[in-house]
Design a protein around this ligand. Sequence first.
Ligand SMILES: [Zn+2]
Length: 209
Amino acid sequence: MKLVVLSESPEDEAAVRILVDGILGTQTDHLDPPFLRARGWSPLLGILPTVLRNLHYHTDADALAVIVDSDDSAPHRLAHVPHDGANEGCRLCKLRLVADQVQNGLTEVPNRAPLKTAFGLAIPALEAWLLCGLDPRAIEATLLQRPDAGTRTLRIQLKRDVYGTDRPAQSVRMARAVEEARRLVQILDEFERCFPDGFGSFARDIRSW
Ligand SMILES: [Zn+2]
């Protein structure tokens, strides 16, 4: 299976590739998207339609996996219906909505199966996932109940907990992301129990491929 990963940084993408392979229980071939990757939520949402069209018409990619941070936006819930306007602030539902609209407008290409997609939301940021199983407070529901939920203060604290500093060098970010993602795929059941909405949605998408 040829997989393209889209996330907010090269480190996040490295972690996501490991998670996808762990969920599938197989090693995927990794394709780089044939254009500059977006960094951050708004640019990523902005290029998603181009990415989907490009992959469909110009590549033999089988699947696209996308993970974004929720930051201070509304957390996703498994019960969310993407086409329900009530979830307007949810980034995961927004990604699904845009992807559905684009994919429904694609014309068939001979011998080309529809691109498989998976969307996940790291609540509030990927660092929370990297702490799962190490810090008993690294649980989606617990993080959402904290007085500082949705604030930059919490996200800075999570960085300190993962990297020992809130301004880690890129090499440190990459090493930690890879190390912890490799650990998480050994505890996928626990990881999904701790992050049922943001990671659980992603895992369910992948298991449906
Ligand atoms: Zn949602």
